[in-house]
Ligand binder design. Structure first.
Ligand code: 5GP
Ligand code: MN
Ligand code: MN
Length: 324
């Protein structure tokens, strides 16, 4: 299957009467921000639209959900369009896969290098910093004005996926789109407080516990930390509140690759990895059946916490050796 144009995707959305949007599991600011912007735009155009999720909206992103999110797959019975956003593989929405293919038309809008076109209409561009930038273009192509709320949702996606404009994925285009959002009336400082300065004390506490596990390896070029269900219970934190920890692990001076290993409810192990400059964590994640971007990737392991840490360390050391 091939990529289509932004215009073609906009046309398909405008022709639809009902649309279900699918963010990836464990949604982040880009997945939910992109979906919220599209959902509001579609509703402004008089369409029935919802965001179908398979987990709760994390608290730090709850401001984006202005009555859009549902976990009821029958919220729209026979949707004209089902559209996955910020994900390009069915494993990224496992519990909703069946519903997705009930769409008369399926669309995929994504920016992961490891995604391959699988929907009826696809726009996947691994060179774009955030799916929210693609959403901006789709909404423009639909001819729907970008209001404050849509603008703040798009801003959330761009800000969170670029590390607030720090990472190498941020481009002139990211800034130009953001500049245009100011004309839509966004309050970037208010959104920044929501995203970055609204931290539950339990999140700070679990971060402390996790950073106590931080260990350097690979001659100081790599670092790893972990969290267990027991640690979360002791502190009263949610696993979703460990968002951001892997960046801290990567931030250690001299570290090129940072990994964060998470014991999920039910025993599966989720791994998040980040590279600083030359590392390629998408490659490492792919070895375990995962994927993502060159500098931010993840995978799931079906083993215990300790063995997962060992396997991940081994794979990272291997990857660093090849780069040397
Ligand atoms: P995070 O570490 O924040 O969960 O994810 C980092 C990046 O890797 C995100 O772009 C995310 O979509 C991608 N990613 C994380 N886990 C997986 C996975 O299991 N499979 C794939 N294909 N991508 C993943
Ligand atoms: Mn994402
Ligand atoms: Mn993204």
């Amino acid at each position: 299957k091939q990529n289509h144009s932004i215009e073609e995707i906009a046309k398909q959305l405008m022709a639809a009467r009902s649309v279900i949007l699918f963010p990836h599991i464990q949604m982040d600011g880009d997945a939910l921000g992109s979906c919220a912007a599209l959902c509001k735009a579609l509703r402004c155009a008089g369409k029935e639209a919802v965001i179908l999720t398979e987990d709760e909206v994390p608290e730090y992103l709850s401001f984006l959900d202005q009555g859009y999110c549902t976990m009821d797959s029958e919220a729209i019975h026979q949707p004209d369009v089902c559209m996955c956003v910020d994900c390009g593989e069915v494993v990224r929405f496992p519990k909703r896969e069946k519903k997705f293919f009930q769409g008369k038309i399926t669309i995929c809008l994504d920016h992961h290098t490891t995604s391959t076109p699988f929907a009826d209409y696809n726009f996947i561009d691994g060179s774009i910093a955030a799916t929210a930038e693609l959403v901006y273009k789709v909404i423009k192509a639909m001819g729907i004005p970008i209001d404050k709320e849509i603008g703040e949702a798009i801003f959330t996606g761009i800000s969170t996926d670029t590390g607030n404009f720090q990472y190498s994925n941020a481009t002139k285009e990211s800034h130009l789109i953001t500049a245009d959002l100011y004309d839509a009336g966004i309050d970037h400082a208010k959104v920044a407080v929501q995203l970055y300065q609204n931290t539950r004390l339990e999140k700070i506490r679990i971060t402390n516990r996790i950073l106590d596990t931080l260990e350097l390896f690979g001659g100081g070029k790599a670092a790893i930390a972990y969290v267990s269900q027991e640690m979360l219970r002791q502190v009263g934190a949610e696993l979703s509140e460990t968002e951001g920890v892997v960046e801290t692990v990567r931030n250690v001076k001299g570290v090129e690759i940072g990994a964060f290993v998470k014991e999920q409810d039910g025993g599966r192990i989720k791994v998040s990895m980040r590279a600083k400059t030359t590392g390629n964590v998408a490659e490492i994640a792919a070895k375990f059946g995962g994927g993502g971007h060159v500098k931010a990737a993840g995978c799931t392991l079906y083993t215990n916490l300790q063995e997962a840490c060992e396997s991940v360390k081994e794979a990272i050391e291997e990857s660093l050796k090849i780069k040397d």
